[in-house]
Unconditional design. Structure first.
Length: 91
């Protein structure tokens, strides 16, 4: 219950950006953009960080869903780089 699922930001997005990765200042993928609020529709023409918001799914929420809901531990491990030696046939 403590795993973050979604978050909002002032990322400058327009229609068609859904599925784009969200990267933090360290270059790590921390989420995926999937929506924006109604105010973000104007971003096609002008950027406004006071009202418009981009909505992201948090990477930790994706990992939690893969493991807890779908039982896809192998896929979650692959996405996080866990057991990468085994995946490449190295033990």
């Amino acid at each position: 219950m403590s795993t973050p699922l979604n978050y909002v930001s002032t990322a400058d997005i327009i229609g068609g950006n859904s599925g784009s990765p969200t990267v933090n200042k360290n270059g790590e993928v921390v989420g995926i953009i999937f929506d924006g609020n109604i105010q973000s529709l104007a971003w096609n023409f002008v950027y406004d960080d006071k009202l418009a918001r981009a909505v992201h799914v948090d990477s930790r929420g994706i990992q939690e869903a893969l493991r807890t809901i779908y039982g896809a531990n192998g896929l979650a491990d692959e996405l996080t780089g866990a057991n990468s030696g085994q995946a490449a046939g190295k033990q």
